[in-house]
Structure formats: C-alpha cells, structure tokens
Design a protein around this ligand. Sequence first.
Ligand SMILES: Nc1ncnc2c1ncn2[C@@H]1O[C@H](COP(=O)(O)OP(=O)(O)O)[C@@H](O)[C@H]1O
Ligand SMILES: [Mg+2]
Length: 261
Amino acid sequence: MKPYVIVVCHQKGGVAKTTTVSALGAFLAASEHPTLLIDLDPSANLTAGLGLIRQVKKSAADGLLGKEPLANLHQPTGIPGLDIIPSGPDISAAYQLMATRPQSETVLRNSLEQQELPHEFVIIDCPPAMAAITTASLAAADLAIIPTQCEYFAIQAIGSTFNYIRQVRSEYNPQLSYKVLVTMFDLRGKLHIQLYEKLQEYYGEALFDTIIGFDSKLRSSQIAGQPISVFASKTRAAEQYRNLAQEIVAYVHKRRIPRPD
Ligand SMILES: Nc1ncnc2c1ncn2[C@@H]1O[C@H](COP(=O)(O)OP(=O)(O)O)[C@@H](O)[C@H]1O
Ligand SMILES: [Mg+2]
C-alpha cells in the first residue's frame, strides 16, 4: 500500500515545521509505524537536528528530479523504524532545474505512487516558502499540517498558506486535506488563550485537538542531534507529540477504512 504522505508547511519560518516533522516521525516510528522523513529544505535543519549532517550519503535532489528512485535514497536515522532522505547542498540546484522542467510538480507524487517503500508514513519538511518544492510536496500529499504559534502575525499568515493549498488541491490533488497545529502555546498567556478560541471558531475540525506547549527541551534536543522521543521522552512536549502521533493514526484509520453508510 502507498504510504500515507504528510507535508508540514507554512510560508513563515520559525513556526516549528522541522520540530514537528522530527518529533512526529520519531513517535510514529516508536509506535510501530515505520516512517520515512524527507528533508526538502536547503537549510537542512531536519537532517542536522537528527545529527546526520556529516553522514549524508545521497540527498533528496535526485528524487525531486526523478533521476533516482526514492528507495535508493533513504538511509537509517539510528532510531528503529525511522529513515530519512536528507537534504544536501545539491537541493538548491534541483529547485532551479525543476522550474525549467515540464510537469515537475508531479514527479515526487509519481515516485511515491510507483515505488514500493517499506514505510507506512512519509513526512516531508518544506522550506518556508510556497514555491515549486512545496507545490510538488503538496501534490504528493494526503494531509498538509500547518503549524502555527498563537500569535497574530502567524495566524494571519495561515490565510495565504491556505489559499496556496487550495490552489494545489484544485490543480493537482483533489484528495488533499489539511489541519492546523497550534505550537509553542503558553497556557498562562491570556492572549494565547483568546487567539486559540478564535482559531477554534474559525477552523473547527481542521484544528488538531492536541496542542504543543512551549518547551525549551525541544531546542536542546535539536542541538544534541536527537528527536525529543530520545532526548527527553518524559517532558511535556514529548507527551504532546506522542499524543499528536496517536491523533494522526486515529485520523488516518478513520479515513482509510470506508464507513458503512
Ligand atoms: N514547542 C516549542 N517550544 C519551544 N521552542 C520550540 C518549540 N517548537 C519549536 N521550537 C524552537 O523554535 C525554533 C524554530 O523551530 P523550527 O522547527 O526550526 O521551525 P521552522 O521549521 O518552521 O522554521 C527552533 O529553535 C525550535 O527548537
Ligand atoms: Mg524548518
């Protein structure tokens, strides 16, 4: 069966895209769901945050251009059940080449559909831009996760990210669904709570029940080159990302099994 493909995207940087990919992937893998991460950000934060920057064998660049099957590009992260196709210095050149090639938006989707990968989930980390690479990722995805802080400007930026997703959906991928994830939440912050209520009113079911609080251990785990599940598995953020993984597994299960009605 084709893996379930999740893309984590937002046109803003610093909203916890990479952190979410790493933590979610690690907790899915830990709960017996083999997962492949794909780092498509030229800044390679995901690859670095898993301590792999010096061990990159092949990057995602050749996969984006359809030159090499994805099955030849992934490498283990050292965490059981979790593999990665890392980012590398050749990703930026691949972006530029993509722009000159016809139908480059669907190369990634075709690769994911045509190849037998041993993974149940694929999670793609995108750069903070709604450009060719994000289009190609969204065209290949089942679910887009948009992480956001409960800050006015971050919430404002969701609007244009949504417009972009809707456009990709109508052009390439009518099955694409999306969900908003609140991150770096301060439970004692009145403004955060007020803005969260607004998000609930506006997005309803498209908002994850799980909320990720502010936890500086997440930052420390990236510096240590480990996902939070390994670095500090008992912290609040670890617990919340574990819950998010469970929420996603339940969500996918509901959508993949046809209902009797
Ligand atoms: N819940 C959180 N609490 C505290 N810091 C966080 C949290 N999530 C992410 N961060 C930190 O915020 C910064 C930006 O996160 P990152 O995942 O790199 O964002 P993006 O990929 O969207 O640019 C990083 O230093 C990360 O460690
Ligand atoms: Mg990032």
